[in-house]
Design a protein around this ligand. Structure first.
Ligand code: F6R
Length: 582
């Protein structure tokens, strides 16, 4: 959702913030704004558009300020407009606030702030006015912040600057916020990559933390009076992973990185995977939960576990509450999340009564700190909004958990090695040109169908989601075994149908023949060719890891379709990488 980065220190804040916000753009990019100090006053510059264009428009880089805060917005309350961009200020323009989250009771608060002049339609604007109100009654800033913290409802983290105050203030309330300890100053940010070039010393903040920081010092106080420790972590992420390198887009870079990541599983320490498998084996029932792509991985995980004779079921994040009365103490939950911050999952965490295993990519994220066992996805930083390598690594981990649970880990490892030997065949020029040709054919379509059976259907769900997200073409997945019960009515002459074939079994081809008979144009992604395919992308077979090449081809088709439509696939409209609001 929104991205925040703030700095206070001995150096000029501006270059740090300019650089840092670029690594937060994935969180939101409807509009950009900043607050800096100029001759003792707070100057606010903000506008609709991407960070670079607003920075250029207001020549922000020319400023010098020892403290400042930048914000990239993903609209929740109030349209995309200059007024609604952050920072929002009080009536006198002396208190500036940037915010990430949703204030659920903002309308009631606004009504109570009679006499205050509001200029935006945002929920955020109540914060500076509440502070103004409290300060005018003689409260200290910290007292005023405590009052605001107690008054607002919903996940809401924010940073405050005040005219004439050498301190900056950050409050963590649900939405992510981390503290970076630099050589000459302090960073507070929504995510570590924003300041990683300057420091890898990080404090993961807890809910209720108030951080008071200035050029010389930092202090953390918990507004919920919790006594949790604040250890300094040294984060082991190379700043090089934040660049696109030779690739045009992060999405393409991240798709390509998958070969290396898959190879690294050959030397992975599977001890936590084994522990997870043993918990799963003795569970009453296993619930796998996630949202979006993570839900697709969950559905895949549930299917393979069921095929191993384990009672397993996948639930979408927002549906957990509906299942909660069925939960028992000896259930096991597998919580899948790249960001570790997805609001649906966080909200329902307390309902999950049994042992909670997290498959999570982001170190220090809320979910990674609040489950019983964390299995790191090991996908590294994923910057493109669309999940690719994080999805793949999760699927591999689920397959390995399943193989340890059913006693076939050696054979799974053998399949993985075989896959790694053959995967190069996907990235050869002939396959890439076939994929680009398919993208060219799809780019002007209004509807694309993804079909498959069994595993192939779950891969199709992910393929269709990727296509929707980055190309904005309506794409829908259907289970070939049930297509006759309705979806077949959608097929007409020339309908584009992508078939994800994991196992070329007869039933799959019956369904495809039925589509073909109604004029469907079938693009097969499969280990073997068939007369039913109008076009064909050959993928290597790799036992239990046969999903890998199919997923890669689906990702590449979506990527190239987006690019051919002139869309930047790294930042699809309306989407944000961390969905921290419900
Ligand atoms: C798909 C995508 C989203 C996320 C979903 C869950 O490409 O990026 O559907 O998968 O928002 O996010 P995490 O995994 O961070 O919980």
């Amino acid at each position: 959702m929104c991205g925040i980065i703030a700095y206070s220190g001995k150096d000029n804040a501006v270059p740090y913030l300019v650089d840092g916000i670029k690594n937060l753009e994935y969180r939101g990019y409807d509009s950009f704004g900043c607050a800096l100090i100029d001759k003792g006053n707070i100057i606010v510059r903000k506008d609709v558009g991407d960070t670079a264009s607003v920075l250029n428009k207001y020549r922000i880089i020319k400023n010098f300020s020892n403290q400042g805060m930048f914000h990239t917005r993903w609209a929740t309350h109030g349209g995309i407009s200059k007024e609604n961009a952050h920072p929002l200020t009080d009536c006198k323009g002396e208190i500036a606030v940037v915010h990430n989250g949703i204030i659920e009771n903002w309308q009631d608060i606004k009504v109570s702030l009679d006499g205050h002049r509001f200029v935006s339609q945002t929920d955020t604007e109540v914060i500076p006015h509440l502070l103004e109100e409290r300060l005018s009654r003689g409260d200290s800033m910290e007292r005023a912040l405590r009052a605001v913290f107690n008054e607002i409802k919903g996940a809401s983290s924010f940073v405050v600057m005040r005219k004439g105050d050498s301190n900056m203030y950050a409050v963590k309330h649900g939405a992510p916020l981390v503290l970076g300890l630099g050589k000459n100053g302090f960073f507070v940010s929504s995510d570590i990559p924003s300041f990683l070039k300057y420091t890898n010393k990080v404090v993961f903040l807890h809910d209720g933390d108030l951080v008071v920081f200035n050029q010389n010092s930092v202090r953390i106080k918990n507004l919920l009076n919790k006594k949790d420790k604040h250890d300094v972590h040294t984060v082991d992420i190379s700043p090089g992973s934040l660049d696109k390198g030779k690739y045009r887009h992060f999405m393409l870079k991240e798709i390509n990185e998958q070969s290396k990541l898959l190879k690294s599983f050959e030397n992975y320490d599977f001890s936590k995977v084994r522990l997870a498998a043993s918990k799963i084996r003795s569970a009453h029932r296993v619930y796998l939960v996630g949202a979006g792509s993570s839900f697709h991985a969950a559905a895949y995980g549930a299917l393979i576990l069921r095929k191993s004779g384990i009672d397993a079921i996948a639930i979408q994040g927002q549906d957990i509450q509906n299942f909660s009365r069925l939960f028992e103490r000896n259930d096991v939950f597998v919580i899948i999340s790249q960001s570790g911050e997805t609001a649906d999952l966080i909200r329902s965490l307390q309902l999950m009564k049994g042992f909670r295993i997290g498959i999570i990519n982001t170190e220090g994220s809320y979910l990674s700190r609040n489950v019983d066992l964390v299995i790191n996805m090991m996908a590294g930083i994923e910057k493109a909004v669309a999940a690719t390598k994080s999805f793949m690594n999760t699927m591999v981990l689920l397959e390995m958990i399943n193989s340890y649970a059913n006693g076939s880990s050696e054979s799974a490892m053998h399949d993985l090695k075989l896959l790694n030997l053959n995967l190069y065949s996907l990235f050869v020029p002939s396959v890439l040109s076939a994929i680009k040709r398919i993208a060219e054919e799809l780019k002007d379509d209004g509807d694309i169908f993804y079909v498959g059976r069994d595993y192939g259907y779950l891969i199709s769900l992910e393929g269709a989601l990727k296509m929707k997200e980055v190309s904005y073409i309506h794409a829908e997945a259907f289970d070939l075994s049930t297509i006759k019960h309705g979806p077949l009515a959608l097929i007409s002459q020339g309908s584009k149908v992508i078939a994800a074939v994991t196992e070329p079994v007869e039933e799959t081809f019956y369904g495809l023949e039925e589509i073909k008979a109604r004029g469907g144009h079938i693009i097969g992604i499969s280990p073997s060719n068939s007369t039913v395919f109008d076009e064909f992308v050959h993928v290597p077979e790799a036992g239990v890891f046969s999903f890998v090449p199919l997923v890669i081809v689906a990702q590449l088709i979506s990527y190239y379709t987006a690019v051919k439509r002139g869309i930047n696939p790294d930042k699809p409209r309306n989407l944000a990488k961390s969905v921290t609001v419900n």
